[in-house]
Design a protein around this ligand. Sequence first.
Ligand code: DP6
Length: 321
Amino acid sequence: MKTATAVAHSNIALAKYWGKADSERMLAAVPSLSMTLEALHTRTTVTFDAAIPADEVLLGDSPAQGRARSRVVALLDRVRRQSGLVQNARVVSTNNFPTAAGLASSASGFAALAVAAAAASGLSASGEELSSLARQSSVSAARSIYGGFVALGAGAEFAERVAPAESFEASMVIALTAAGAKAVGSSEGMDRTARTSPYYQAWVEHAPAVYERARRAIIDQNLEALGEAMEESALMMHASMFAARPALVYFTPATLAAMERVRALRTEGVPAFFTMDAGPHVKVLTRPSFATRVADALADTPGVLSVLVSRVGPDASVEPS
Ligand code: DP6
């Protein structure tokens, strides 16, 4: 029996990934850049054991089924191929945040799975290899291998750290809003956008320049420039989704109210900038010294159900046994 437990932190893209250059190989069409979140993580234990009759996957308390299970098994298969192991595995994975709230769990989930499975199998994988392993399950998971601020190039096999957590003081305030009807997942949403949106090509053309501005701003430690690029990236991505057929509109009245509140905070001199993923929640970048003020303002916004605050998080890691 071989076992290992790993923890990986979630990440929020400041410059968004939306669309694949190659769906088979899971390569992104545009470069992206994220902040790893200290407050949100997945802890996963992988055990390879000849006595296990078939791969078992427990997410929270419930056995994974269908596509959720097959995506996990596909990663285990890649690790078995690389390490020469043949045993079946038991995977037990928990998030320290409510998955039902619709916060992305695939990034931290597949990063933790990649690190735990590689360690349990005895593979001595580099950060690049772990990032590539996670990317083949979910592209944004490639970025959760590293802490701090992390970039993944268009068509890149693995992510790279742009700046460590301690080099740039930032907080992310997450406003969980009332979710409407069940959202279309990221993979399906971006495929639909690429196939049907007349604005998708424009997104792919313009995303690299916005990414580059965000990257520069992190290196220059310029939160305002980073915030401006971040809002542009999110709005450009959502514009490409609006024009898909059927349209992908993830915003709800609460999303718009929270965006408006962030703009109002700026007129009061608070450095605060929003971004939204494939869901109605609003994530707000600010300085740690303003995080409580931003969190209070968002908690007080109609339709906002709860608010989480996170600092910049660390690398994914194997827990000492
Ligand atoms: C809007 O990485 O979840 O959050 O690669 O198909 O698994 P797949 O998609 P996923 O998409 C994330 C999209 C996003 C932006 C981002 O995280 O960059």
